[in-house]
Ligand binder design. Structure first.
Ligand SMILES: *[C@@H]1O[C@H](CO)[C@@H](O)[C@H](O)[C@H]1NC(C)=O
Ligand SMILES: *[C@@H]1O[C@H](CO)[C@@H](O)[C@H](O)[C@H]1NC(C)=O
Ligand SMILES: *[C@@H]1O[C@H](CO)[C@@H](O)[C@H](O)[C@H]1NC(C)=O
Ligand SMILES: *[C@@H]1O[C@H](CO)[C@@H](O)[C@H](O)[C@H]1NC(C)=O
Ligand SMILES: *[C@@H]1O[C@H](CO)[C@@H](O)[C@H](O)[C@H]1NC(C)=O
Length: 409
């Protein structure tokens, strides 16, 4: 009798233990489900940090890069909790698809989490939200949509300056007050290299530098500012503001020298007087104002090489961006609509390849071959003649990120 009783007690104890185990497993799986399911920023951050990618894919019906967790694991150990890269873009008119392709290219190659700040006309908000939410399973980015906003007293004047909405970027330091640093890009930018790499230039700023841009031209003979501008501009050929890296903390603090008053003015106070003075003389809107500003404050600008902002001007009459010839193009800038017409088929081919590709590893790896074939069809153009520089860095980026186990940078 005693023996039976002992066996019964033993069985009960075992049963109790397995029940406890079962419950703890259930709790764990419920937590994971929450992390991967809905688009919850905190949950996303947590699972990124926990290296997880564990929850990733679950909520997205397996559409995601389910094969990636291992890689994320290795990385996450190195990621500091709040280190995020802030990327801003201003989208108006017909720029939805182009902007989404730019954002996709940022996501594909980047390592650290991204925070997108998207300023868009109201009628575009729903479409942005739908697409970006459908990518949320990636858990490597987060976004905020903003309406186009201007200082109220001169809203009308700002809006008609240059293309609609383009001058929005001048106000980013004042609107995104909580953000320390920001990469602003035009909608017609494509990242062929991790955002992390341009972001790391912020750390190279010396004590007086507050922003970084590339020259508008490498070749003064075809330069615009040096031949036509009726206002001051930075350096020999001016700077292009399509890719602009900013330490906004410094921009907000700085007092700028100017040619309007003898006192130095803060960013928020200088814009409108500047516009009033130069309104009739500027052609490229806000970029001209930035050129005037850095003409008077040249010690504040960090100039990065042309391969970080590669435009048709760099190859249209023959190649003149030496850094890109050597190392390939890092950031492609298809200005003047070249992604959408037939003027520069090499630019268009890169755009279409990225626009068409999805986030699956295989899909990204296999975009190179057809792209190279497309580019080979463009060798009748000056830009097509040097098509190899369009895929040199891109090939490397894809290899680094998708082919072998990711190494530490
Ligand atoms: C995502 O963005 C929201 C603001 O829209 C912010 O409150 C939240 O902390 C962000 N989360 C992550 C993971 O970046
Ligand atoms: C931007 O500048 C501020 C003030 O100098 C500095 O504290 C901050 O670390 C800088 N940000 C980055 C990303 O370098
Ligand atoms: C605008 O351009 C005109 C003609 O080149 C020039 O005379 C004038 O000084 C310019 N205005 C400013 C504010 O630079
Ligand atoms: C920072 O670099 C800029 C551009 O090279 C230069 O003009 C400026 O004097 C430098 N500032 C300091 C404090 O060295
Ligand atoms: C991209 O997709 C479009 C239509 O979906 C197709 O017509 C085009 O050939 C594709 N381009 C490339 C480069 O894959």
């Amino acid at each position: 009798m005693r023996r039976y009783l002992r066996i019964v007690v033993l069985c009960l104890a075992c049963g109790f233990c397995s029940l406890l185990y079962a419950f703890s497993q259930l709790a764990v799986s419920l937590e994971e489900g929450a992390g991967g399911g809905g688009w919850k920023p905190q949950a996303a951050a947590a699972s990124w940090l926990a290296g997880g990618g564990r929850g990733a894919g679950k909520g997205a019906g397996g559409a995601g890069p389910a094969a990636r967790p291992g890689r994320l694991d290795r990385y996450s150990l190195k990621i500091e909790p709040l280190e995020k890269m802030h990327l801003a873009v201003v989208a108006c008119g017909e720029r939805l698809e182009e902007t989404l392709t730019m954002l996709k290219s940022a996501i594909i190659f980047s390592v650290k989490p991204l925070q997108f700040h998207i300023f868009a006309e109201d009628q575009l908000h729903d479409s942005f939200k739908a697409r970006l939410d459908s990518w949320s399973f990636l858990q490597t980015f987060n976004y905020t949509l903003y309406p186009i906003t201007f200082p109220s007293e001169n809203a009308a004047e700002w809006k008609k300056l240059f293309k609609p909405c383009a001058s929005q970027r001048l106000f980013l330091p004042l609107i995104l007050k909580e953000v320390d640093s920001l990469l602003y890009v035009d909608t017609d930018i494509l990242f062929l290299r991790a955002v992390d790499d341009i972001w790391s230039l912020l750390k190279k700023f010396n004590s007086t530098q507050i922003a970084a841009m590339a020259p508008e031209h490498e070749e003064p003979r075809i330069g615009w500012y040096n031949r036509f501008a009726r206002h001051p501009y930075y350096g020999n050929t001016g700077v292009n503001s399509g890719v602009m890296l900013m330490n906004m903390t410094r921009m907000r603090r700085k007092y700028f020298k100017n040619d309007m008053t003898t006192v130095q003015l803060k960013w928020g106070d200088i814009l409108m007087p500047l516009l009033k003075k130069y309104k009739l003389n500027i052609t490229w809107g806000d970029q001209d104002l930035l050129n005037i500003m850095f003409f008077h404050n040249p010690e504040s600008l960090f100039v990065f090489p042309c391969q970080w902002n590669y435009r048709p001007d760099h190859c249209i009459y023959g190649s003149n961006c030496q850094e890109a010839e050597e190392e390939g193009i890092f950031i492609l800038h298809g200005n003047r609509g070249v992604y959408h017409d037939d003027k520069q088929p090499a630019f268009r081919a890169v755009y279409e390849a990225l626009r068409n590709c999805s986030f699956e590893d295989n899909n990204i790896r296999s975009l190179l071959k057809p792209l190279e074939l497309e580019l080979q069809k463009t060798v009748h153009t000056y830009c097509g003649k040097i098509y190899k520089i369009f895929i040199k860095q891109l090939t490397k980026s894809i290899r680094d990120r998708y082919d072998r186990p990711r190494k530490e940078r």
